[in-house]
Design a protein around this ligand. Structure first.
Ligand SMILES: Nc1ncnc2c1ncn2[C@@H]1O[C@H](COP(=O)(O)OP(=O)(O)OP(=O)(O)O)[C@@H](O)[C@H]1O
Ligand SMILES: [Mg+2]
Length: 341
């Protein structure tokens, strides 16, 4: 089956490339296999999908609904509620009850409708409590699929009524495979370093990877228009720099430059070097700290030194989140690293 439906050309890529079926949900094979088995055996339980953003929870349930009811009918058979909707008790009692209690127009083997409660961890406890009675009352002809980032924010009574499926942050290989398909469809290519950068930045979140890729595709078009107006190239190339510019994260070369200055220059020189870089590249101290923590992974350090640096940097990060003074904290960061090596 094609990954892109006709008429989807102007959609954001996260929608344009939303999985059409369960086979297109990457990196969650345990969940997909189990859910599909339940479906084929016709004994789908109430389900809780939980895990970090952009890992395929909404996509999986939509793909599941398409497989159960077919792409034509699935919209009539599901009720989707989002946290952005009013989540008072009335919504739970009325909207769900209305949907759950109307008769079925479509029923072959599957005798139930699907209610998807997205971002359920944003529901009030009262609404969750009201929901558990609704779940029991309509189990005969409905199944609930509850989606959340954090299972612990759901009431135990609700949890005990669902089979839980944990969505893991996506492995880099899963994101890379999906991106390959998108690159071909969009006539794009990534340099090796750009690929490494996008996989690192997306940090297991496919939504982030697709959003960054789409933004970079516009930057690449702009570069192409400027550089070769009449030359026709078969695919636009995305570079590492475009990716870092697009997300506003410090480039590895900048981080190495900062770290070198901290290690080799005196304190005042490295302070001014870092301040200049921050000003010219529009970087915040928090970006630098995050980046430096990552590149420290590539440096050989004893465990005790590494822990001590991390603990002190986390204190600076905390101070910044509480409104700490940028210049003082930059000096503190320099001091922490200098004194640890
Ligand atoms: N496992 C995956 N396989 C393929 N595409 C995925 C996967 N996970 C996410 N995506 C892509 O990222 C987009 C966002 O995914 P989705 O809405 O399913 O995330 P989510 O887990 O529900 O996140 P949130 O917790 O923020 O609601 C989808 O439209 C899809 O394009
Ligand atoms: Mg979702």
């Amino acid at each position: 089956m094609s990954v892109v439906k006709k008429g989807n050309e102007n959609l954001p890529w996260i929608e344009k490339y939303r999985p059409e079926n369960l086979d297109e949900v990457y990196g969650q094979s345990n969940v997909v296999t189990t859910v599909r088995r339940f479906m084929q055996e016709g004994r789908l339980p109430h389900m809780l999908f939980y895990g970090p953003p952009g890992t395929g929870k909404t996509s999986t349930v939509i793909a599941l609904a398409k497989e159960i009811y077919g792409p034509k009918y699935y919209k009539n058979m599901i009720l989707e509620l989002n946290a952005s909707d009013d989540r008072g008790i009335d919504v739970v009692r009325n909207q769900i009850k209305d949907f759950a209690s109307t008769r079925q127009i479509f029923s072959k083997q599957q005798q139930f409708k699907l209610i998807i409660l997205d971002e359920a961890d944003a529901m009030t406890n009262a609404a969750q409590n009201a929901l558990r009675r609704v779940i029991e009352k309509y189990t005969k002809n409905t199944r609930f699929c509850i989606l959340a980032n954090y299972a612990h924010k759901l009431t135990p009574a609700l949890l005990s009524r669902c089979t839980r499926f944990r969505f893991q942050p996506l492995p880099q290989s899963a994101i890379a495979t999906r991106l390959e398909t998108v690159l071909i469809k969009e006539h794009l290519s990534l340099t090796d370093r750009a690929k490494t950068a996008i996989l690192k930045i997306s940090n297991g979140d496919m939504r982030k990877a697709l959003n960054v890729l789409q933004a970079c595709s516009s930057i690449a078009s702009f570069h192409e228009d400027q550089s070769n107006g009449d030359q026709v190239t078969s695919s636009k190339e995305i570079t590492e720099d475009m990716i870092y510019d697009c997300v506003g994260a410090p480039k590895p070369a900048h981080l190495e430059y900062c770290l070198n200055s901290i290690l080799n220059d005196d304190r005042i020189t490295s302070f001014y070097t870092i301040e200049k870089l921050k000003r010219e590249s529009g970087l915040a101290l928090l970006d630098l700290i995050n980046g430096i923590v990552e590149i420290l992974d590539d440096h050989e350090l004893s465990e005790s030194t590494r822990s001590s640096i991390l603990i002190k940097l986390s204190e600076i990060e905390y101070a910044m989140s509480k409104g700490g003074n940028d210049k003082i904290q930059t000096s503190a960061m320099i001091g922490v690293i200098k004194s640890s090596f």
